[in-house]
Ligand binder design. Sequence first.
Ligand SMILES: C[S@@+](CC[C@H](N)C(=O)[O-])C[C@H]1O[C@@H](n2cnc3c(N)ncnc32)[C@H](O)[C@@H]1O
Length: 329
Amino acid sequence: MDEVGLAEIAARYARFADTEAHGRSPLYEELARAVAGDRVTLGFLSTLPDMKRQPNLLLAAVRHLFGTPTGWTEFRQALLAHPNAVRSLMLERSTQTNEPGRCAALLPVLARLPQPLALLEVGTSAGLCLMPDLYGYDYGPTVIRAPAMPSEPPVFRCSASETTPLPTAAPQVVWRAGLDLSPIDAADPAQVAWLETLVWPEQTARLANLRAAVRIAATVKPRIVKGDLRGSEIARLCSEAPKDATLVVFHTAVLDYVSDPADREAFAEQVMRLSPYWVSNEFPRVFPSIASRAGTNWPSGRFLLSVNGSPVAWTDPHGASLDWIADEA
Ligand SMILES: C[S@@+](CC[C@H](N)C(=O)[O-])C[C@H]1O[C@@H](n2cnc3c(N)ncnc32)[C@H](O)[C@@H]1O
């Protein structure tokens, strides 16, 4: 790879350090910044396909194999001593981070729709965001309790801006299904171990909530179908939803994986044809035409939550905060 290629990888890691890890994980910020300045590690990354050079994937692969390093020196030593093991894991796995805390960002939208709901989540991973009705939420002034369950439910804290129409109760979900290229089985300890490694170091509350949500998923077993969001499965699944429930097709942190903008637009058009409600919670670059309606000053490192193509809120990528922007709040 030439200098320009290496500089592009370095810029990606520096951007990750600045806009994603900064303020959320000091260790990941340190490691990503060090990778950006280390020619040997950049050279290692250049041997991987573009989609496999993600900071999250490299950092998780090294931690999964060798434990969480104390800092850059230990991380670099582990990687350089075992490059083939790290490469194989990065090629085998992908960043399927399943963050049930994102339900806290979705809830104000879901709770305002005509109930009951039929939920179809595209890019569902282990299906943890398919169970927004089974978790507890703490928005500060408003607390929503989870229904009683055999295992302790997670409680997601979310600081919401003043104009956010906070829900007073969880939505009523009567049907749920998920679609994923590579579904994760919440009852398989090896698959769950990878999900756990995808939680960033230092984020112990997030890890505890993930484990609690995984226990619920292992019991509830939300239906997850293997398939590509660009294929015909969405239409088939939509047709199976009960007609007396409000169908909602939604996705969070997924459409960035679809690299061709034309494929993303085709997906959006298909969902709008199939479902009365399309809820998207993604980085604004994913649907620039929606983001352009949310002004030109996009907050850095935030997702844009939209309903049927209209922006409604900027959200923390892990659901920890929510800034409502829709007029009708
Ligand atoms: C970062 S995870 C997000 C999981 C979940 N939506 C959440 O917010 O916690 C992205 C998921 O999208 C899935 N995915 C990526 N491209 C896809 C495609 N073309 N069709 C279906 N699923 C896809 C991946 O397999 C992965 O499980």
